[in-house]
Design a protein around this ligand. Sequence first.
Ligand code: GDP
Length: 296
Amino acid sequence: MVFQGLADRLQQTFNKLKKKGKITEADVKEALREVRLALLEADVNFKIVKQFIDKVKDRAVGQEILGSLTPGQQVIKLVNEELTELMGGTQSKLTISSSPPTVVMMVGLQGAGKTTSSGKLANYLKKQNRRPLLVACDIYRPAAIKQIQVLGQQLDIPVFSMGDKNSPVNIANAAIEHAKRHGNDYVIIDTAGRLHIDEALMDELIAVKGQVSPDEILLVVDAMTGQDAVNVAESFHKQLTLSGVVLTKLDGDTRGGAALSVKAVTGCPIKFAGMGEKLDALEPFHPDRMASRILG
Ligand code: GDP
C-alpha cells in the first residue's frame, strides 16, 4: 500500500524503542526525530509534521512516560492516537438525506479515479440494499459516458445519461426527477474533470451544485499525486465547500503521505479509500484502523 514506506520506517523506530527496558528523555527525542523524518520522507506536508511532532512531544512530557512500566509502548500509543487524529479521528459516514434521494456529487481532476469511484460507491450502496442511480455528467471527456454505462452494466446498476448535447446542470436535474420516479434512494453524479483546475470547470461544478443542492460533494483524490493532492483539495474546497474526500489508489506503491495531510489542511474528512481497480475495492475510511496498519 501507499503508506508502506512510512509504515516500515516507523515500525523500525518503534522496535528499537520497545527493545529498551528503560528509556531516557534522549531516547524519546531520538525516536520523535525519526518519526519526523519518516513523515517528511513520506511526503506529509511539513507544517502538518511540525504540528504533529509538537503535539506528541507535549503529551509525552505531560504524561510521566519515562517513569511508566512500558515507556516505549506509551510513546507508540501517543503516536498512534495522534496519527488517528491527523486522519480525522473517527470514521465519517456518508450522509443519508431525510428526503430521498440522497444526492452525491463526485468531483476531481481527470484521472483521479472519479468515474471508477462513482461505480464503486454505487456498488457499495447496492450491497447495503440501497438503490443507487449513476448519472453521466462528464460530457467532455471522450468515452466518459460509455465508461460509466459499461460500469453500470457490469454492476447491474442503472445509469442516467442524456448524451453530450445537454448541459450537466440539466442532466443532473433530470436525473433527480428520474430517481424520484423510479425509487432510487441515492443519486451519484459523475462530473467532468480537467487535467488542471480551471475556471470553466469550477463554474460548471458550482452551477450543478446550485441546481441540485447535493447532500455530499466528494472530492476524489489520487493518493499518489504528492503535495499536489493537498493543493487540489484546498482549491476545490474553497470553491465548492466539500463534504468529504475519496482517496484513491492507496494500493499503489509511491509515498502517499500527502494524502495524510488532506484532512488536516482542508478539514474535510476522508470518507472512502480506493484500494484497487476492481469494483469492490472501495472501503469506508477508518482513521484508527489506518493508523494501526501504518504502525503495525
Ligand atoms: P476519472 O478521470 O477521474 O474519472 O478517472 P477514472 O475513474 O477513469 O480512473 C483512472 C484510472 O485510475 C483507471 O485506470 C482506474 O482503473 C484507476 N483507478 C481508480 N481508482 C483506483 C484505485 O483505487 N486503485 C488503482 N490501482 N487504480 C485505480
